[in-house]
Ligand binder design. Structure first.
Ligand SMILES: [Zn+2]
Length: 84
């Protein structure tokens, strides 16, 4: 399975990250606060066109719904063994 990580920043300055598969489905999401503590952040991803997909996070620090668009061609996939 190939996985790519996308990153963004929430309006509250939390850093957001999510792993997506080749179909641009979100596998997991997380957030760091400014002290670099890690939180789980529910993430969803949706392919909008062949070129673009959107990732939405529920920020665990400020409860905002954060929506960011990413270019599919900008994703750097890495090979990862599927969890059994
Ligand atoms: Zn936030």
């Amino acid at each position: 399975m190939k996985i790519a990580t996308v990153r963004s920043v929430c309006e509250c300055q939390a850093k957001l990250g999510a792993d997506v598969d080749e179909q641009c489905n979100a596998l997991k999401g997380w957030a760091w606060d400014t002290r670099r503590r890690v939180y789980s952040a529910p993430a969803t991803a949706k392919k909008v066109t062949d070129q673009r997909f959107d990732v939405g996070w529920m920020c665990p620090l400020c409860t905002r719904n954060v929506l960011r668009s990413f270019d599919v061609s900008a994703l750097g996939y890495r090979e990862e063994r599927a969890a059994v």
